[in-house]
Every structure is written in C-alpha cells, then in structure tokens.
Design a binder for this molecule. Structure first.
Ligand code: APR
Ligand code: ZN
Length: 254
C-alpha cells in the first residue's frame, strides 16, 4: 500500500485542471527500459545518450535508424500499465493534460489525450532535409531485432534520408509542443510528476516554474530525483502502484 499525504489527495480532488508530466519511469512497468538504465541484448555496447544526437545521425544514420526501429518494436509489443490507465481514468472527472517526455504512445493507448510530446514520437518520422512527414509504411521494425543497422527510407520528394521524429540532445523542442505544455502548466491547479529524473532541460523547467508560481506539485518516483527536494509532495511509489492509489483516493465512493 502507498502512503498518500492527505493534502496531496485533497489538492487533486479539488482540482479542475491537472497537468501530468511524465518521463521514462512512467513506462518502466510496461517493460520499456528507462533512458538511463543499461540497455540489454543487441544494444548493450551502445550508450543510448550517444545514439540520440545529431552527431550520431550524421556519422551512421543506419545505426541510429535501427535503434529507433528497435525501440518502436518494443513499444508496439508492450501495453499501457495500470499507471497509464489510472491517468486516463482521472481524466474522466476533470481536465487532465498529459505532457510527456516519452516518445512511446502508451498514454494514448490507455485513453489519455496527450497534449504535448515534448521530445517527439517514435511514430512521426520525417525527411531529414525537407522536413516532410513520412508515412512510414515501409518501416521494418522487425529487422531491427536481428540487425544493428537498418538503412533509413528515403523521402519520396527530395530523396534525402528519413529521420526519427524525436528530439535529440542539442536540438530545439518542437515549438507547438512546448507552447502547449507551457499553457497547460500555467492553467493547472495541481501538477503531478511521474518517473522522470528531472535533469533534462528545458523540460525540467516546467515543474520548477509551477513550484515557483505556488502550484502544488506531487511527484511519484521510487527513487529520489533532481526535483524531489523541491516538490510539494514526493511520494516513493512506482507509476503502476502510486497512480491507481491516488485515483482511487480522489474518486468518490459509488
Ligand atoms: N515508476 C516511476 N518512476 C520510475 C519507475 C517506475 N516504475 N522506474 C524508474 N523510475 C524513475 C527513475 O527513478 C528515474 O528517476 O524514472 C526516472 C527515469 O529517468 P530517466 O531515465 O532519466 O528518464 P527521463 O527523466 O524521462 O529522461 C528525460 O532524457 O534521455 C533523454 O529524451 C530523453 O525524454 C528523455 C529525457
Ligand atoms: Zn525530403
């Protein structure tokens, strides 16, 4: 069982607008490795942080494309966990705006409306040159199980390589995703932070700003994060355990 501070439960119960800010820990109990965990198998000799850069793409596009194809396959074969489902449930009684750093689609598949994918998505490849969205019908995620390198497809218009629709280190966040996230945080009565180390900026500035503005911030993370000492309530529970407990606590008995 999870110890939920009464004030945290009350803040969520009273809130009309809730922003939920999620990171890789949100999907950990769906079997998706967090970004800073050691990767297993095929990719264990690579540092994920070294693949998520414009330099890695320039050096070896097929290696980078293969890695994202492999990740897309893992997500395709995974399911939303009870934490994702609890957030969708929370949204039935109030406005819940999900701002995620995750590139998976598990919030959507659980039934949440995700207003912002701050770091892009595994499912929005685009041309690396002209930026046109690529429909991805000839993506081959299964090949990435056996092969490190998978050649990226080419843009039908300009014949340049198609790149993953994710934000790499050193790249700007998509402007529309960022402005939607800022508005959501500004409009919220309470912010719930789930499964993020809170060290990657500018994303991590969003909950920090909410705290400066006096908005209660509730964190769920089994480990202390960079945000833990600043948040209003830091709850040592995993997403799949803590979020269902919170939603049950704020839901009036039938
Ligand atoms: N439930 C909740 N939190 C969890 C769980 C769980 N089951 N398991 C792990 N965590 C926590 C960890 O304690 C850690 O604080 O999730 C966090 C994961 O941290 P990171 O791997 O750093 O992921 P994230 O914060 O999402 O990274 C931010 O960095 O690499 C980039 O673009 C990438 O979006 C990513 C960004
Ligand atoms: Zn193009």
């Amino acid at each position: 069982t999870v110890e939920l501070p009464a004030a945290a439960v009350e803040a969520v119960r009273r809130a009309d607008w809730v922003t939920v800010f999620t990171g890789a820990g949100m999907s950990a109990e769906s079997g998706i490795a967090t970004f800073r965990d050691a990767e297993v198998g095929l990719w264990e000799r690579f540092d994920p942080a070294e693949l998520a850069t414009p330099e890695a793409w320039a050096d070896d596009p097929a290696l980078v494309w293969g890695w994202y194809q492999w990740r897309a396959r893992l997500v395709r074969d995974a399911s939303p966990n009870p934490g994702h489902l609890a957030l969708a449930e929370l949204g039935r009684g109030r406005t819940v705006m999900v701002v995620t750093q995750n590139v998976d689609d598990l919030h959507e598949r659980a039934g949440s409306e995700v207003i912002s994918h701050l770091h892009g998505s595994l499912y929005s490849p685009r041309c690396s040159n002209c930026g046109r969205p690529y429909d991805g019908t000839d993506a081959e995620p299964d090949r990435a199980v056996h092969e490190l390198r998978v050649e990226p497809p080419t843009c039908p218009v300009c014949l340049s390589a198609v790149r993953p629709g994710v934000v790499w280190f050193g790249e700007a966040l998509p402007a529309d995703a960022w402005s939607k996230a800022e508005k959501a945080f500004a409009a919220s009565d309470v912010v719930i932070v789930v499964g993020t180390s809170g060290i990657v900026y500018p994303a991590a500035a969003l909950p920090e700003r909410a705290m400066s503005a006096g908005v209660p911030v509730i964190e769920f993370n089994p480990e202390p994060s960079a945000l833990s000492s600043q948040v209003t309530h830091s709850i040592r529970a995993s997403a799949a355990v803590g979020l269902p407990a919170l939603v049950e606590a704020v839901t009036p008995p039938q």
